[in-house]
Design a protein around this ligand. Structure first.
Ligand code: DP6
Length: 326
């Protein structure tokens, strides 16, 4: 039996599109920040008496579609490493479900570490990252703490695509602003697949994302938070532009999303250092200097904000977490 904790991550440069659906090999490189406050704890026990994998999520049996996705991923581990027992998987998130934060990144990173450790395997962070990627692409970055870069790799070579931790440290906060929400968004996997298949704007995405990634790495190395923030915003808007032009369109924004974009821009005009990014849902994530309490307060004060998770840089995925949730 093993218990692992993995923290979720938010991409500053987005992963948006696969060149290989099954292996989850991405079209472009991406770069993220791992967050301390949002994490998943997962316990895996292999049991000879089981006739299929079991999944309990936040105290209740998981929906069948989710159990199957986890079971298919466990099949991959069993095939790769030559064992056959089914697993009891018990998982819980540090953040409330139904708030649009359910992160497959922290979930598959924690599952990869717990499932391989419970099988007696000691894998390197790179090996873990390569495996986690096949559960959910963004999970490969949650193996690492701090800033992480996901290398797209070459051709169809599974072993060539994994994340690496970056040495850079920048004292930042990421404020996750949970907004009033109308309806459930299209999942990220489906949203990116439809964008790749039908959006006329997608052809410019790989080069745009690569250029943004190189520029953002340079800005990080220089410790230039304003340049990092500006590039992060640009990249998120470019990603959403490709999605908006899909057929049918992939629209993740709600009216409150645009209201918060304008709120961030107005705060910036008033002298607050803060920049937004948006993923496959209506919530807004804001990058700001660590300790900027007044800016955090100003962000929180907008009437569309239901809940705020203020996160610092989080650690790498690890075994035996303190006060486990499972
Ligand atoms: C918009 O990793 O959830 O958050 O590989 O299909 O499981 P799958 O997709 P997923 O996509 C994340 C998309 C994103 C951008 C990012 O995290 O880089």
């Amino acid at each position: 039996m093993s218990i692992a904790r993995a923290h979720s991550n938010i991409a500053l440069i987005k992963y948006w599109g696969k060149r290989h659906e099954v292996l989850k090999l991405p079209t472009n490189g991406s770069l993220s920040l791992t967050l301390d406050a949002l994490y998943t704890d997962t316990r895996v026990s292999y049991r000879a008496d089981l006739t299929q994998d079991q999944l309990v999520l936040n105290g209740a049996p998981a929906p069948e579609a989710m159990r199957l996705r986890v079971s298919r991923f466990l099949d991959l581990l069993r095939q790769t490493h030559g064992y056959s027992a089914y697993a009891e998987v018990v998982s819980a998130n540090s953040f409330p479900t139904g708030a649009g934060l359910a992160s497959s990144a922290s979930a598959f990173a924690a599952l990869t570490l717990a499932a391989t450790a419970a099988a007696g395997l000691q894998l390197s962070p790179r090996q873990l990252s390569q495996l986690a990627r096949q559960g959910s692409g963004s999970a490969c970055r949650s193996i690492f703490g701090g800033f992480a870069e996901w290398l797209p790799g070459t051709a169809d070579a599974d072993a060539s695509s994994y994340a690496e931790g970056l040495k850079t440290e920048l004292p930042v906060w990421m404020a996750v602003l949970v907004l009033n929400q109308g309806h459930k968004a299209t999942g990220s996997g489906d949203g990116m697949a439809r964008t790749v298949a039908t959006s006329p704007l997608y052809s410019v995405w790989p080069a745009t994302a690569s250029a943004d990634l190189q520029a953002l790495k340079a800005a990080l190395a220089a410790g230039d938070l304003a340049a990092v923030g500006e590039l992060m915003e640009h990249n998120a808007l470019a990603m959403h532009a490709t999605a908006l032009a899909a057929r049918p369109p992939v629209i993740y924004w709600q009216p409150e999303t645009l209201a918060l974009i304008q709120h961030v821009q107005q705060l910036r005009s008033a002298g607050h250092a803060c920049w937004f990014t948006i993923d496959a849902g209506p919530n807004i994530k804001v990058l700001l200097p660590a300790g900027a309490e007044a800016t955090l307060q100003a962000l929180r004060s907008h009437p569309a904000v239901q809940q705020v998770f203020c996160c610092s840089t989080g650690p790498a995925a690890h075994l035996n977490p303190a006060e486990p949730l499972v």
